[in-house]
Design a protein around this ligand. Structure first.
Ligand SMILES: Cc1cc2nc3c(=O)[nH]c(=O)nc-3n(C[C@H](O)[C@H](O)[C@H](O)COP(=O)(O)OP(=O)(O)OC[C@H]3O[C@@H](n4cnc5c(N)ncnc54)[C@H](O)[C@@H]3O)c2cc1C
Length: 391
């Protein structure tokens, strides 16, 4: 297996295939394995994948298990509260997640080549590089992100929609004692007009902030961050905003593709199905489809059967991904609504079990190859720890 990219999705694929005895080489364009300096929400579905790969303990080391989320309005008023007592959601440092997956991959024989840029692929199973060389494989996987060159070289893109909103992400130091307070251990989404500031405690040392606004909100999306403007928007959060130093801005996007594979080449993760991060499932979907891909090829002994196995994989996994893309986009629509209307929708919507079920369907799912799925892999690393109460 030759894999383009070494993000969360690609490293999951590398670990899943290496555990099954495949010879795996991963090509990352950056000079080293480096994730955006940010946190990431991982939900139950992501943990089931990590458990199946044996990467769970390393991934959640130094992470924060959420026990409650709050939504607050422009005047710091409480709009909604959700308990996570019956579900697992952690805020994890991205780099720790990738490192945990990379360790499983390399411990099982995978090779990671940094500074290696893929420029395309051929359906017969060839990955092409920027230096003019290529590598042959039974399976090529393009997990090279939103701008995937593997996907585009095969003409698989149906649409790349840049959304009207985006986010500045930053990690700030946690103040002494802050993590010990009740509010300091809660995920808080603060709304004011089109702007949002999401506060995510990770541990005693770091807190993750996401400043979300419209792409047309030129001052708000500035990096370095316009502290005075954000403090005017959220005066009660000045003590967080003050601490921001490094930050990065990304516009949200949605990717739709014609198919997830051609011949011996598969695409997955953001390359195939990027979505706005409103449900915190872009990474979850990348992980679960990567494991599902390895499981789809478990029974295949003849190279010529691989293309059909890839089609079966897409047929099984794609409906959930598309459901998730749709509901994440719907949630994002709230950004454009007036505060009062948003408040009403959030309040009444959360009382309707059907809506909650749609929003959490991916998070609650049992990914292919994990305990509870219809297709349980014989390679499950260990019996999962199914906790139900918050730490
Ligand atoms: C603001 C924001 C917040 C988010 N929050 C969450 C969250 O809380 N929970 C969640 O689950 N998801 C979240 N997401 C989504 C999540 O980050 C992505 O869905 C996830 O990172 C996708 O993983 P990936 O491996 O498919 O792609 P990427 O993470 O984009 O990785 C692609 C890798 O490929 C490399 N690469 C690119 N081009 C090439 C090339 N030509 N050759 C070789 N290598 C190449 C890149 O350097 C990169 O390392 C968020 C996204 C944003 C923008």
């Amino acid at each position: 297996v030759e894999i383009a990219g070494a993000g969360i999705g690609a490293m999951t694929a590398a670990a899943a295939f290496a555990l099954r005895g495949w010879a795996v080489t991963v090509h990352e364009t950056q000079p080293r394995l480096r994730e955006a300096g940010a946190g990431i929400y991982v939900w139950e579905n992501g943990f089931r994948v990590l458990e199946a790969l044996g990467a769970y303990d390393d991934a959640i080391r130094d992470a924060h298990r959420g026990y409650k989320s709050r939504i607050r309005g422009p005047n710091n008023e409480l709009m909604e509260e959700r308990s996570h007592a019956d579900e697992r959601v952690y805020a994890v440092v991205r780099q720790n997640l990738v490192n945990a997956l990379a360790k499983v991959a390399t411990d099982n024989g995978a090779t990671i080549v940094c500074g290696s840029t893929a420029v395309g692929a051929l359906p017969e199973g060839k990955l092409l590089f920027s230096d003019g060389t290529s590598a042959d494989a039974d399976l090529v996987i393009g997990m090279d992100g939103v701008g995937s060159r593997v996907r585009d070289s095969l003409g698989l893109l149906r649409s790349l929609e840049m959304l009207p909103d985006g986010s500045i992400r930053a990690m700030i130091p946690t103040l002494p004692g802050e993590y010990d307070t009740e509010e300091g251990r809660i995920f808080i989404e603060n709304w004011s007009g089109n702007r949002r500031l999401i506060i995510t405690p990770i541990n005693k040392d770091v807190t993750y902030l996401a400043f979300t606004c419209l792409d047309s909100d030129v001052e708000a999306k500035q990096v370095p961050i316009h502290k005075a403007l954000w403090t005017r928007t959220f005066p009660h959060l000045a003590h967080y905003i003050d601490r921001v130093e490094d930050a990065r801005w990304d516009v949200f996007s949605t990717i739709k593709v014609k198919a997830w594979s051609v011949g011996h080449v598969a695409i997955a993760g953001d390359a195939a199905h990027a979505q706005p991060p409103n449900l915190g499932q872009g990474g979850g979907m990348a992980m679960q489809n990567a494991l599902g891909l390895a499981v789809a090829l478990e029974g295949v002994t003849d190279r010529s059967d691989i293309p059909a196995a890839l089609v079966a994989w897409e047929t099984r996994e794609r409906p959930l991904v598309e459901h998730c893309q749709k509901w994440s986009a719907l949630y994002g629509e709230l950004t454009y609504w007036p505060d009062e209307l948003r408040l009403q929708v959030l309040h009444h919507g959360s009382q309707i079990p059907w809506i909650t079920k749609q929003l959490t369907r991916a998070a609650q799912s049992h990914p292919t190859g994990t305990v509870g799925s219809t297709l349980v892999s014989p390679y499950l690393a260990a019996a999962p720890v199914l906790e139900t109460a918050a730490d």
